[in-house]
Ligand binder design. Structure first.
Ligand SMILES: Nc1ncnc2c1ncn2[C@@H]1O[C@H](COP(=O)(O)OP(=O)(O)OP(=O)(O)O)[C@@H](O)[C@H]1O
Ligand SMILES: [Mg+2]
Length: 451
């Protein structure tokens, strides 16, 4: 797990200096490579892409400054430390102008070198963190706590604990809004030693950009690839990567993903080497992957790779005892003062089928909290029903012949909401508390079914 050794490249024609410095830095657990000319240096750089380059100003074939510029052209994030023979203001200015991170003048104390190296590495790490934070920001909710004491949730918690004791891939399944991402987060939090927690939504990235986002790319391999860029697997190295809505990943990329999972290495687009990554994979899906496999939209071998451990999060309507508990939890969260939910409202909520599950419940409580007058929260009136005269409670008391498959109810609800939202799919998704991709998929299913 832990941290990867930082790659350092030393370019210097002084063999003795090279050898002693290599030994010294290797002993400090850096991964060191070396070159004696500018040309050789750039070749090694291209192959190994070190984070830090220690570069002599006077090389047999070219000036250090020139090599520095070329290296930064290949990867502007590289920290180049120029080593000059004399400390002059001129040298310092030239080095910084060429984009060097810092400079040292020979002879230098090893301590001095280590301090500058350390600074360079801290910078590299910080820049990596900024991209990780970008991924963090895209998460819908920072909810870490799983509310609900039903038997079903107890089982889910037990599975979370088990999953956290291994590094095996996990597949979390369940309808939209049941809390799959909260479960993924819980596994990560329980597992010691994993750093970053990154989530990438497989349905949110356009297909043509997905490959670059996942696997990264080298500079110049396609229009717009101005710099080298790490893919999400590299960013998540040493941490947990959630592949959200894995069912949406195009079949073309599934074999590439499988290779990564099998070899634990990524290869950037246009890149020649395999980069080892240590990533704990958690995939989520609200689709029936077995159906997708039958329809050849999802690779069976990938499925088996991902589903080493599977956790199925049951829909809210199958654990009605969680409804009051979750409702009260969110009521407290959104109202910021003690409120009560009337019994009659609670009963309606318990009887309601919650097609959008916990997300929908959360949204309903949030909206009710905005309408709060006094200290009684009235969420029941906000439940979506397909016709206004009969509540879900009434429906449940109908005889069995009238019971409609949930699939149909879901479709019907989405169509009703879509009409109410004047055909706006994003608004429909928000109103129902389900994801946009679910709306789109359901509409596609309806079209296929031809009704
Ligand atoms: N047991 C729970 N306790 C508290 N909050 C929950 C729980 N389950 C879900 N939530 C909340 O409900 C919302 C939806 O949860 P989450 O994003 O994990 O659902 P999901 O199953 O991943 O849905 P989708 O398939 O649409 O991605 C979030 O705001 C989350 O914080
Ligand atoms: Mg999710």
């Amino acid at each position: 797990m832990g941290k990867k050794a930082v790659q350092v490249l030393i370019i210097d024609d002084d063999g003795l200096f090279l050898a002693s410095l290599s030994d010294y830095l290797s002993a400090k657990s850096y991964k060191v490579s070396s070159a004696r000319t500018g040309k050789e240096g750039m070749n090694v750089f291209e192959r190994q892409q070190p984070a830090v380059v220690l570069l002599d100003q006077k090389l047999p074939d070219m000036e250090g400054i020139e090599v520095c510029r070329k290296i930064l052209e290949m990867d502007p994030r590289t920290k180049v430390i120029l080593v000059t023979a004399f400390a002059t203001v001129r040298c310092a200015v030239d080095a910084i102008k060429a984009g060097a991170f810092n400079y040292l003048s020979k002879p230098f104390e090893l301590d001095e070198l280590l301090i500058i190296m350390d600074l360079a590495i801290k910078n590299v790490e910080m820049e990596g963190k900024i991209r990780v934070q970008d991924y963090e920001r895209t998460r819908e909710s920072k909810q870490k706590q799983l509310i609900g004491s039903s038997e079903e949730m107890r089982r889910v918690r037990e599975q979370i604990r088990l999953a956290a004791t291994t590094d095996s891939n996990v597949l979390i399944t369940g309808e939209t809004g049941v809390g799959k991402n909260v479960v993924a987060r819980a596994i990560h939090d329980l597992q010691a030693g994993r750093e970053n927690f990154l989530t990438v939504n497989c349905s949110a990235i356009p297909e043509n950009l997905m490959e670059a986002e996942y696997f990264g790319h080298e500079k110049g391999v396609f229009t717009g690839a101005d710099t080298r860029r790490e893919g999400i697997f590299e960013l998540a190295d040493g941490g947990t990567l959630v592949l959200d809505e894995i069912g949406e990943i195009p079949i073309r990329l599934q074999s590439k993903l499988l290779t990564i999972l099998e070899d634990k290495c990524v290869r950037r687009i246009g890149g020649g080497r395999n980069i080892p990554v240590d990533v704990r994979i958690i995939a989520t899906t609200n689709q029936h992957l077995d159906q997708a496999i039958r329809e050849k939209r999802f690779r069976q071998d990938l499925y088996y790779r991902l589903a080493v451990v599977t956790i199925q999060v049951p829909p809210l309507r199958e654990r009605p005892s969680d409804i009051p508990e979750i409702a009260e939890y969110f009521a407290k969260l959104f109202c910021r003062k003690p409120v009560s939910i009337l019994d009659q409202d609670m009963k309606k909520m318990i009887d309601y089928p919650w097609p959008g599950n916990v997300r929908e419940l959360r949204n309903v409580i949030e909206r009710a909290s905005l309408l709060l007058k006094g200290d009684a929260l009235r969420p029941a009136g906000l439940l979506v029903s397909s016709d206004n005269d009969s509540t879900w409670a009434d429906r449940r008391s109908f005889d069995a012949a009238e019971i409609v498959p949930l699939q149909d109810l879901k479709r019907q609800q989405i169509l009703t909401a879509l009409k109410a939202c004047a055909g706006n799919k994003s608004r429909t998704a928000r109103t129902l508390g389900i994801s946009l991709s679910t709306v789109k998929r359901t509409l596609a299913e309806i079209n296929i079914a031809g009704n």
